[in-house]
Write a protein that binds this ligand. Structure first.
Ligand code: MN
Length: 306
């Protein structure tokens, strides 16, 4: 067992009181990873975790969907951020793999680890760490994004943010939703693959959303890693991302996707929310990200009530 340092009130996620937010008591843990190195367009994701934590303190604990203050029941502990490794993107991915595997194997550890990014390249390390920690139990990945992130390598590195899903598919089948920007190389890679299902932007926004049934089947009774790149959302509600794309999914559709996963999976031991690049003076995107993270914890812990 590791004695873990953690953030205390009021600096933790949601500004929870000490008796709810300590590592021994909390069933959910938050891990900030303020890493940014391979961003190719708009910068700023290193500020993402701090902006989510700051905004989270304005999120009302009471949730109208559950008619209670869910976080006061399950508890959330906020770990200090892990130090970025700038030697190379590969070294950072390795470091994240170690940290994530160690946390998931820790006893007592969290039932759910929620990671705040940081750029999407961190997810390769999260997937590897989760796959290693859960090795006897297969892992399935659900991925919301505007971009397929299926490049073999990008700008000289196989560990770029543009390759995140390609690295994940090496350890886990993947179901992607909201994709609306891919390269010819990625389109060729995706053709005929049995371990990847890609729901493109127009289909993702279909009001009837028949793919949600397929998503439910994909995660049924499995351990799931949920990775959310915030640019999967429509940029009119989520402009604070490095690579915005028109035509993304709505807030309500995002919640539907998360609910579908949580109501059907055996467990969701790890998730991440990545690519928030805060825009000074624009608070709505930071608040959306914080509320989404809270909703994700609540859906996971209350899945039987969905
Ligand atoms: Mn993206």
């Amino acid at each position: 067992m590791t004695e873990r340092a953690y953030y205390q009130n009021p600096w933790n996620f949601l500004g929870l009181p000490e008796d709810i937010a300590n590592a021994a008591r909390a069933r959910g843990w938050v891990l900030p990873i303020p890493y940014e190195a391979t961003t190719s367009y708009g910068a700023g994701t290193r500020e993402g975790p701090a902006a989510i934590l700051a905004a989270s303190r304005q999120v009302e604990l009471y949730d109208t969907e559950f008619e209670c203050e869910p976080a006061m029941e399950y508890g959330i502990c906020t770990l200090p951020p892990i130090d970025p490794v700038h030697r190379s993107p590969e070294a950072m991915v390795q470091s994240i793999e170690e940290v994530v595997a160690n946390i998931l194997l820790d006893k007592p550890g969290p039932e759910v680890l929620g990671i705040l990014g940081g750029e999407h390249s961190i997810s390769a390390g999260v997937a590897r760490g989760a796959a290693r920690a859960l090795k006897a139990r297969p892992l399935m990945t659900v991925h919301v994004d505007a971009h397929a992130d299926m490049r073999a390598e990008y700008e000289g590195s196989p560990y770029s943010h543009a390759c995140a899903a390609r690295r994940i598919v090496e350890v886990s089948p993947i179901f992607q939703v909201g994709i609306r920007n891919i390269s010819a190389e990625e389109a060729a890679f995706l053709k005929g693959r049995k371990d990847v299902r890609t729901v493109f932007g127009n289909e993702a926004n279909d009001p009837k959303a028949p793919y949600l049934k397929d998503l439910a089947d994909f995660v049924k009774d499995k351990n799931v890693y949920l990775t959310i790149d915030l640019d999967g959302l429509d940029p009119s509600i989520m402009p604070a991302v490095g690579t915005p794309e028109p035509g993304g999914i709505s807030w309500e559709r995002m919640l539907e996707i998360v609910r579908t996963v949580c109501a059907n999976a055996a467990a969701v031991p790890v998730f991440d929310v990545v690519e928030l690049a805060p825009v000074p003076g624009l608070r709505a995107p930071d608040f959306l990200a914080a509320k989404l993270v809270y909703k994700m914890f609540s859906y996971i812990f209350n899945s039987r009530q969905l």
